[in-house]
Design a protein around this ligand. Structure first.
Ligand code: ATP
Ligand code: MG
Length: 445
């Protein structure tokens, strides 16, 4: 079996300049086995006992050293995927782009990856586009090769289960201590290879509050245009991550600083000179970060609605000027903004439906008659839409009266609600006679 596998796998070309790693022994770092998930330990030990090299690597080592709770535990080894499968009954091989082993422990998964190398070290080089981007990455290599294809030095520390030491080829430990985010290799070249690293740089800098090296900073702005070459599906996945890490506000500030935001949200980016829109997005991100701090669930649909609200409202005004009635104008605005946005980020169908509902509710909130408000309160998206309306008011849109009315209605008894509906009915009728129009925001004007 082993012979067969070897024949089908490309062997790496000899490395040009062998680097010497720094080995940090167990008594000189803070990672103890108690901090490592028992399932990850089981996987590491099994590989080690079978004679393979086995390391914890990536975000988990970085987070343990920083005293943060790792999201997951990833393992790197010199065992090939088929060999890993031979060792674990609960193993599933996945991935087209790279073959990875998933070891399943109920709902918990430990990902085990065979050391890989850069394409330029491999025997053939069919894995790059003409822009130099890596599109296929399944060439096995040594530990040193595996280090060099990683993005940042702090993500390239290896915890060795053989002697509990850390293997450090890139001065990652020093960068962790000094809180520095440093690209491994030449930033311009590494951003070209995979422009998603632009967003990852910003995400890690915001989340870990780390300082980007000046040479990487220079190339962040210069290389921002490369984002257009990344698939919308991959970009969407990266964006979802930063909403969930408690540093969404800081991340968006950095994305704007490095001119990356306008590549991700071009329609919104073009409107951020308007204070009320800037405020709205600021409050929505701040609110999300606060919820994460309090261990409350967050809603990507709410955030995407807030992020897309500025172009949506502007498109609505435009369609109104073209004499479309308010409701069709509003629907058309949502449709056109979402479909333009999906060219950059492949927002899932389900999320698009939710964003559409939250935004349509902004319109429906202006209809405060009869049974309508009772129906809206029961809508599954009411809470997210209500929160968005409150933030819009707080951000300076002229809807204070509407937002206040809804918070009162929401908190009132049935009798109080009935009374509120009677009075609002009168004021709406009166207004209709006067203005003959009822725009979402303009009801009070
Ligand atoms: P997080 O805690 O946010 O998951 P992470 O560092 O674990 O952070 P992952 O996306 O899970 O990030 O990736 C795991 C590891 O794989 C990284 O630490 C890094 O070493 C490597 N990696 C991931 N994406 C890239 C990339 N685009 N280029 C180079 N290396 C990458
Ligand atoms: Mg991770």
């Amino acid at each position: 079996m082993k012979g067969l596998i070897k024949k089908t796998i490309k062997s790496p070309a000899p490395a040009k300049n062998k680097l010497q790693p720094t080995i940090i022994p167990r008594d000189e770092h803070t990672i103890s086995r108690k901090m490592i998930h028992p399932n990850a330990l089981k996987v590491l030990y099994r590989l080690h006992q079978a004679g393979y090299e086995a390391y914890l690597v990536g975000g988990c080592v970085r987070d343990l050293l920083l005293g943060r709770k790792p999201k997951d535990f990833d393992v790197a080894t010199n065992a090939r995927p088929e060999e890993i499968r031979g060792l674990f009954k609960n193993c599933r091989l996945i991935g087209k782009r790279f073959r990875l082993a998933h070891i399943l422990f109920g709902r918990d998964i430990i990902e085990v990856a065979t050391f890989r190398t850069h394409h330029e070290n491999a025997n053939e080089d069919h894995g790059k586009t003409h822009q130099g981007m890596i599109i296929r990455d399944n060439v096995y290599g040594s530990l040193e090769d595996d280090v060099m294809r990683r993005d940042f030095s702090i993500n390239a520390l290896y915890y060795n289960i053989a002697d509990f030491s850390l293997v450090d080829y890139t001065q990652g430990m020093q960068d962790i201590k000094h809180n520095v985010l440093r690209m491994i290799g030449d930033p311009a070249k590494r951003f070209h290879e995979d422009p998603v690293r632009l967003i990852r740089a910003v995400r890690f800098s915001a989340k870990l509050n780390s300082c980007i090296t000046p040479e990487m900073e220079e190339h962040l702005i210069k290389s921002s245009y490369l984002l257009q070459h990344v698939s919308p599906a991959r970009l969407f996945q990266e964006i979802l991550k930063f909403f969930q890490e408690g540093a969404a506000l800081k991340t968006v500030e950095l994305l704007r600083k490095y001119h990356l935001f306008e590549h991700l949200f071009p329609q919104t980016g073009a409107l951020l000179h308007k204070m009320e829109y800037q405020n709205l997005i600021h409050f929505a991100l701040e609110n999300t970060d606060q919820r994460i701090k309090e261990n409350k669930p967050i809603s990507p649909a709410f955030l995407f609605s807030a992020l897309l609200w500025p172009p949506l409202w502007e498109a609505f005004l435009l369609f109104e000027q073209q004499h479309l009635p308010a409701y069709p104008a509003f629907e058309k605005a949502i449709q056109s903004v979402l479909s333009a946005q999906c060219k950059q980020l492949a927002i899932t169908r389900q999320l698009q439906i939710s964003v559409r509902e939250i935004c349509l509710l902004q319109y429906r909130f202006t209809h405060r008659r009869g049974k309508q408000p009772y129906r809206l309160i029961l809508h599954p998206r009411f809470r997210a839409a209500y929160d968005l309306m409150q933030l819009r008011a707080q951000a300076g849109e002229p809807i204070e009266e509407l937002a206040h009315w809804w918070s009162q209605f929401y908190e009132s008894t049935h009798e109080q609600r009935e009374k509120m509906l009677r009075t609002v009915k009168q004021s709406s009728l009166h207004k209709k006679q006067r203005t003959k129009k009822s725009y979402p925001h303009k009801e009070k004007s």
